[in-house]
Design a protein around this ligand. Sequence first.
Ligand SMILES: Cc1ncc(COP(=O)(O)O)c(C=O)c1O
Length: 435
Amino acid sequence: MNLEHFWLPFTSNNNFKRLSKPRIINRAEGMYYYTIHGDKILDAHGGLWCCNAGHNRKEIVEAIQKQASELDFVPSYQMSHPGTFLLSNKLVNLLSNNLKYAFFTNSGSEAVETALKISLAYWELLGRKNKKIIIGRDRAFHGTSFGGMSVGNLMTTKQQFNRFLPDVVHLSHTHNLEKNAFSKGQPLNGLELADELTEIINKHGSENIAAVILEPISGTGGVLIPPIGYLERIKKICTENDILLIFDEVITGFGRLGKPFAIDYFGIEPDLLCLAKGLTSGTSPMGATMIHKSIYDLFMDLNGVELWHGYTYSGHPLSCAAALATLEVYEKENLLNINKEILDYWEQGLHSLKGTKHIVDIRNIGLLGAIELEQTEKNPIRRAVETFEKMFHEENCYVRLTGGNILTMAPPLIINKEEIDKIVSSLETVLNSID
Ligand SMILES: Cc1ncc(COP(=O)(O)O)c(C=O)c1O
């Protein structure tokens, strides 16, 4: 196969194209990928934090096939199709809070872009035109558009571009190896970092700040879990200062934390919520921005087009069919409320690796996990790269490396104990085999 002409994203194309067995997948089922070389690979990362229902679920595949045979495409500009309305109703019921409206996008990046644009337009509408500053957080990833890239602060994703949105300020991240290494679930130390938000408000003035955007858990930054009470305090400060709170649940949404959404886990209602990935269990590209009733209502006072924003494929029929079928699978199998036995087993399994060569931290929450490795002097991420490659090619197990010398895991929510054992034992074997 000629690999030359595809430019793989976020990949060393040179390395990939020189592999003796390039990682090319041509089939998937349940917890497994199958490569063109005949290898069966345990997917410990739900593809890219997204295949929450497991791969190639019959019900979802059939729903997409049926939809393709009935209606290929219709725009949602001045017209639409039943799927968009059915899906928005379902999402609103699932959230059961004041996030009553769905704006559909094709990706997480676009869901973030939509939330940022709605925040800015909201304050414009209210005549508070100075409220323009957006506050993000270090080591956050909010996608690759200029908006998401700017409010996020993962250096690897920014350093090549050097042009960003103006009026963006970042909170410190909450990761603290010295104080919180090997925490199970939320770490104890670091609540006071939320008070940086008050310092930023004192410096810039709440009359100039539009919104705070946070991933409840920073995923791509390396599964950085907020200290106990941190998100609650951020919410309180936002409310007291009339600043919108945007939660980016592109990774944490749809059962990843053992509850339907992180907002259920933490008991916090943001003003805007970004979803993608698990919305269709990765089967068809789709994102959604969920919008608080009070924001939507304000826009509906306008005459004519209320928001000059959208995408050709907003609410694409195939993606809506995929999402509706995915939500049905989640509901039928109660996948968004993972049972405690599996969550405990996951936590115990990962933490049993404490003491294994190179490991300086193990983190877990819901069915998310990360293992941080001691950095080598010359190439800080060498060990994570080697572990990723050996896990895939020698242990037939797919984990990811991200955010430095960190291996992350986000398996499909259908994972069983034997599969957890396999991930843990493979990690132990590989880590013991590298320098
Ligand atoms: C928290 C978060 N937001 C946004 C995005 C961007 O999503 P997409 O790649 O679908 O544009 C990601 C992708 O990993 C993400 O993790």
